[in-house]
Ligand binder design. Structure first.
Ligand SMILES: [Cu+2]
Length: 120
């Protein structure tokens, strides 16, 4: 994230220079703030990730499945136990105690299990 922000700032400086204006003033805090705001939607863009874990709870009414999962590097998540949204096809077939491999769609700190298979 920090690297991305730095790249953006450098990119903006490059653009300004290309317009023929001297780049004398350092990037102001206001400019930095607007870059961060512009970045927010990008950070919320869902990412896809795979994980492994154990089913610890299923709430068919709420449409959630709770997984004790290992680290998920794609989302920079450590191992943890958390609830995910899941379609009925998943909450109806999974069982507490199942060791599973799963595909996730992650947006921010929330995730949805898109596919789940029991480990042999
Ligand atoms: Cu988690």
């Amino acid at each position: 994230m920090h690297y991305l922000r730095l790249s953006l700032a450098l990119g903006l400086a490059g653009l300004t220079a290309a317009c023929g204006q001297k780049v004398e003033t350092p990037v102001s805090s206001e400019t930095t703030g607007s870059i961060e705001m512009a970045m927010a939607p990008a950070a919320a863009t869902p990412i896809l990730a795979k994980g492994h874990g154990t089913v610890t709870a299923i709430d068919k009414g709420a449409g959630t499945i709770t997984l004790a999962h290992g680290p998920i590097p794609e989302a920079k998540w450590p191992a943890m136990t958390m609830a995910f949204k899941a379609a009925p096809a998943i909450t109806d077939t999974a069982q507490v105690g199942d060791k599973v491999d799963f595909n996730l769609k992650i947006a921010g700190s929330a995730g949805e299990v898109m596919a789940l298979t029991r480990q042999p």
